[in-house]
Ligand binder design. Structure first.
Ligand code: ATP
Ligand code: MG
Length: 669
């Protein structure tokens, strides 16, 4: 049910079109007005259950940030040596918790030993073929100690870089934590990337060791990881060793002297490892961004501040309790997998569920089966997955109970309100709060989000800032925009889990994030505050549409299309147009049982006009079998823009999921 459109409709008024040159704010066309309050039951048990407590903590976090962060850092982290300076801020470079030392792996593992958590499951793993394995905190600690010893034997030392290219198996987390323990900087490369992407990343950071597997399972097939590594390694002079985990048992070529089996190394390694203390600012990992907007950037995160952000948000946003079984479906190759599969949940002693494979293997109900089988309580996934579940059909969901779930999360893209509603009804059974979390590889941890026991939610809005986060929305001239209008999203205060630089390219770091308005962090997204002060991300700033002098974010047009019962996914882009400046071109994929037709095309154009106003009626609408996406599942509008303009696809496409999608879109023209 959509809210009724109010009349007189503002967009049906006689046109007083703003001057396209001076008006640089983004016009909102969304009519979303539904509101969902957390239940009294959830609130009563929440880690933070009162609005007054949120307000008080938030006020302190922005008015006396150093006092606030000092207390949080003492509460959430275990220090070897206490820090003496909370923040040294020389914009855009921040140093947090100076003088202090700690060990990130110790914070995720050792400190839970000798407590009631010791024999609790740290990781419950389910492989795609159905194999299930549980590692308690004690067992995981042992594996990490062995792995750290093994990596040390290979000559890895603090500050060296190691690349991890693995399937979603517990050993991937073991490798990350072993690096963290040693102060070796890891760079995890998503297991779906090609040799080209592996080569670029290894060379950019100068990795000495690559940790990989023979293969991983995906949709019933083996993804031959070692083979991809081999093809990358011809052109990577920094690599001395490759460690290979046996997962799928396919034949691999092992290069004498260079390649070693994980099992052999682990069998020979002592199970005791004394962790050294590292400085707060010890680099922890480099992670390349998704590449939605261009060439991936090597984001550098350091130890204490990053871990604090991950731990604190896990505690407050996912409301983690000792008894939770927490499942974040992200691959460890993405920041979400770093912060919310590994570092955040393990640092707070949660039980993490890890699943290796595809959501539709063997059937499109695998996720729901997993939730019921393991009693998952907190579930965190992405809009792209939710839209796929919607497309596959409700019957795959309704054959499972999902009664164990108590909290749901979303991340990665703006969630279309209709996808939110489906998630709320079908998965959350109207009982589970949804936390729509806005953040980035660069921010390290969740920045804008509802708190599940407190914040009333609106479908499509990530609502309010987390502690210490001060979002500002400014126009082209750096002036605040009025409520209801969109502009560029900035963060104005430094925060502990912020990126420290781009690896090897501090100039690009300054240029990319800090030069738009000097001293403020530019997120690259367009957003608006509504009348309640809720934040809505309206799309990437580079993708903002210019329709008859109005600048409109992509998310609102796309959400209007997705609210039509025939539509599964939509992407809106601008095409240069002599008359209008830009014509609005929409690419649409349909739900399984729907057929493309000229009538449907007209119906969809009319639907958009009805939902959000005549100015947003698409000039052209194209049906597509699939949309181009990054391998993390985000729509790549920059590619669609090029296709809409009729030109070649230029720019970096190493993170594109499937080139065939682009080829067929071009062929259809
Ligand atoms: P690149 O920076 O290389 O173009 P990317 O921005 O997709 O890639 P990530 O760091 O993985 O790389 O994604 C962060 C971006 O994802 C945000 O800037 C925002 O555009 C989008 N995003 C993430 N979560 C949300 C959310 N809850 N609501 C709206 N947008 C979101
Ligand atoms: Mg980005």
């Amino acid at each position: 049910m959509r809210p009724a459109i109010r009349f007189p409709h503002p967009l049906l008024q006689p046109p007083t079109l703003p001057d396209p040159v001076t008006n640089q704010t983004i016009t909102s066309v969304s009519r979303e007005s539904r509101l969902f309050k957390p239940s009294a039951e959830f609130k009563a048990q929440a880690n933070l259950g009162s609005e007054a407590a949120y307000k008080k903590l938030y006020a302190e976090s922005v008015n006396s940030p150093e006092r606030f962060w000092e207390r949080q850092a003492k509460q959430f982290l275990t220090w070897r040596k206490p820090f003496t300076q909370v923040l040294q801020w020389k914009p855009p470079h921040a140093k947090w918790f100076g003088g202090g030392t700690l060990n990130v792996a110790e914070n995720c593992l050792d400190r839970h030993l000798g407590t009631a958590r010791e024999n609790k499951a740290a990781i419950i793993f389910e492989g795609e073929p159905g194999d299930i394995r549980t590692l308690t905190y004690k067992q995981l600690h042992r594996e990490v100690c062995k792995c750290a010893n093994a990596l040390e034997l290979l000559g890895l030392r603090k500050g060296d870089r190691a690349a991890i290219y693995m399937p979603m198996v517990p050993e991937a987390a073991v490798a990350m934590l072993a690096c963290a323990r040693l102060g070796v900087v890891h760079t995890v490369i998503f297991g779906g990337f090609s040799s080209e992407a592996i080569k670029d990343r290894i060379n950019d950071c100068g990795a000495r060791v690559v940790i990989t597997a023979d293969g991983g399972w995906r949709r019933g097939k083996i993804v031959e990881l070692k083979d991809s590594v081999d093809r990358a390694l011809g052109a990577t002079p920094s690599v001395e060793h490759v460690v290979v985990l046996k997962r799928t048992g396919n034949a691999v070529t092992m290069k004498e002297g260079r390649d070693l089996w994980w099992d052999d190394l682990m069998a020979a390694a002592p199970a005791v490892h004394k962790a050294r203390a590292h400085a707060s600012e010890q680099p922890l990992f480099i992670l390349y961004t998704s590449g939605s907007t261009g060439k991936p950037k090597g984001v550098l995160h350091t130890s204490a501040g990053y871990l604090l952000g991950a731990a604190m948000t896990t505690h407050y946003v996912f409301d983690i309790k000792e008894t939770d079984i927490y499942w974040c479906t992200a691959d460890i190759g993405w920041i979400t997998g770093h912060s919310y599969v590994v570092y955040g949940p393990l640092s707070v002693g949660a039980t993490v569920l890890m699943y290796e494979g595809a959501p539709n293997q063997p059937e499109p109900d695998r996720f729901w089966e997993i939730i019921d089988r393991h009693g998952v309580t907190v579930f965190y996934t992405a809009p792209t997955a939710i839209r796929a579940f919607m497309r596959w059909g409700d019957e795959f969901v309704t054959r499972h109970s999902l009664a164990s779930l108590r909290l749901l999360g979303s991340v990665g893209e703006p969630i279309n309100p209709e996808a939110w509603m489906w998630y709320h009804k079908m998965i959350g059974k109207k009982r589970c709060p949804i936390v729509d979390t806005w953040w980035q590889t660069e921010t390290g941890a969740i920045m804008v989000t509802p708190l599940p026991g407190i914040t009333p939610t609106k479908p499509g809005s990530c609502t309010r800032p987390f502690f210490g986060v001060v979002p500002k929305i400014l126009d082209e001239n750096g002036k605040p925009v009025s409520r209801g209008s969109g502009g560029k999203l900035f963060l104005t205060q430094p925060w502990p889990s912020m990126l420290r630089t781009l690896w090897g390219d501090d100039a690009r770091f300054k240029e990319q994030y800090w030069s738009e308005v000097p001293g403020l962090y530019f997120a690259g997204d367009g957003a608006r505050f509504d009348e309640d002060g809720y934040l809505w991300v309206v799309g990437r700033i580079d993708d903002v549409l210019n329709v008859s002098g109005h600048r409109i974010g992509t998310a609102e047009v796309e959400s209007a299309l997705v609210s039509h019962p025939s539509v599964a996914e939509a992407a809106a882009v601008g095409r240069p147009d002599e008359l209008k400046g830009q014509a609005l071109v929409c690419f649409v994929t349909l739900k399984g049982d729907q057929r493309a037709s000229d009538e449907l095309k007209e119906a969809l154009r009319a639907h958009v006009a009805r939902e959000i106003g005549a100015i947003a009626r698409p000039d052209s609408l194209r049906f597509a079998a699939a949309l181009p996406k990054t391998r993390s599942g985000k729509i790549m509008r920059r590619i669609l823009k090029e296709i809409a303009a009729g030109g070649d696809v230029k720019g970096d496409i190493t993170t594109l999921e499937d080139f065939n999608v682009v080829a067929s879109l071009q062929a259809e023209e």
